[in-house]
Ligand binder design. Structure first.
Ligand SMILES: NC(=O)NC1=NC(=O)NC1=O
Length: 170
């Protein structure tokens, strides 16, 4: 899809294509529809990020809560979205040893108990070692810090999902 084709999409098709660039948050795509035409994919990404940045903390927590755990229950049930499934696979989360799996599961629930939202990281930019290290380190942060870090990771996930729909034009 080229950016000019993006700009020609009707609303339904726009949502159909971009509705999950932020996991289960089609409102993010719906909210930026009014800003078309987009000059390039970065412009579309920036519009989505601005919408997310302007959410109240409760909204930001909601965005994080809509993310599936890494190698969590949904992954085990095979009911991740296509995008999440590919991302978690890319990080090598499907090749974890039982010990690694248990460590991630335990740390995920400690993290969620402490912050009230799940640990979110851009899996495509982190191999499983970095993810296991990251969650242990980030568990020491404050909720305010982790809210922001999690949202920044969501923005990275969003950019990669956008680029898989509209390759960046050099
Ligand atoms: N909790 C998460 O970080 N989930 C995810 N990160 C990704 O990059 N894809 C996911 O499903």
């Amino acid at each position: 899809l080229t950016i000019s084709q993006v700009n020609e999409l009707n609303y339904e098709d726009f949502i159909g294509r971009f509705g999950n660039v932020i996991e289960h948050c089609s409102i993010c795509a719906a909210a930026v529809w009014r800003f078309r035409p987009f000059h390039d994919i970065r412009h579309l990404h920036q519009a989505i990020c601005s919408f997310v940045d302007l959410l109240p903390n409760t909204g930001k927590e909601g965005v994080l809560r809509l993310h599936p755990d890494l190698a969590g229950r949904l992954a085990e049930l095979g009911s991740l979205t296509q995008e999440s499934s590919a991302e978690q696979k890319a990080a090598g989360l499907d090749t974890m040893t039982p010990e690694e799996k248990q460590l991630l599961k335990d740390t995920n629930s400690k993290y969620r108990d402490k912050f009230g939202f799940p640990f979110v990281i851009c899996a495509r930019q982190n191999k499983k070692e970095a993810i296991l290290k990251g969650i242990v380190e980030r568990l020491e942060h404050s909720a305010a810090e982790e809210l922001n870090i999690g949202i920044e990771e969501v923005k990275k996930i969003c950019m990669l999902r956008l680029l898989s729909i509209v390759p960046d034009e050099k």
